[in-house]
Design a binder for this molecule. Sequence first.
Ligand code: G1P
Length: 293
Amino acid sequence: MKRINTAVIPAAGLGTRFLPATKAQPKEMLPLVDKPAIQHVVEEAVHAGLRDILIITGRGKRAIEDHFDRSFELEHYLEKAGKFEMLKEMQAIAEMANIHYVRQGEPRGLGHAVAVARQHVGDEPFAVMLGDDIMTGRSTVLSDMVTLHERYGRSVLALKEFPRNEISSYGCALVEAVDDSLVRVLDVVEKPKPEDAPSNLAVMGRYIFTPEIFDCLEQVQPGAGGEIQLTDAIALLLQQQTIYGYVFEEGRYDIGDKLDYLRATVELAIEREDLGPKFRTFLADLVQRKKLI
Ligand code: G1P
């Protein structure tokens, strides 16, 4: 079985849901506590054993490359100021993975962004991680999916139950149960109307793909929203190969959504050793003062 080494992170979107914060900076650089969202995603990949990272960028995304690069000026300053812990932390960001970049050119949809990764990925299985979907520190979703791929040698989609009225924001999967959290995917459809949704299971932004997905991506025509949809390529792949789904419940936030962004920030902050205890006290006090419950 081929081991998965590469995670592809599409990061070319305009971030219109988060304007004005994203007018002059990439949405992937919005901080969750003190770490840019994309660093959370890269760290999650590294924790799952994926150290080859390909970020699909576009115009106005230079800050991402600078973030994962060394900054000798800053390092020099931190060293002179005796801030050695911070210095080590800054150097570690540049060294935690091998990060590569390729530009998408035209923004033609998520499927197109993944197709751009073909030359880098080659004939190997790989992961796709959407930067809007943030997993909290304790999530093992990606590593569990890697394990499933190692066992079955097939593509694996992350799935989560949603109320019917929310399913239209996602890819939706019809499945049959295999065991506990493992299902076999029978069909997928991108952003169905609630009445047309084949189930209440939404596709979340973590995928493991066999390399055959690239041929499927070349065949798909523009779909929902006039874009090349990854979901449509998955539907084509289903005609050739079994695809599994890994159903999980907790720890995922859509940080492109303002409310979920706030939820993610709070959860990540209370998990932190340095901030957690004081922040919990603050929250408890806030609940009382504002009579929230
Ligand atoms: C994308 C995918 C969709 C998936 C979602 C997960 O949609 O097209 O299938 O369910 O990510 O967050 P987007 O959020 O880019 O509209």
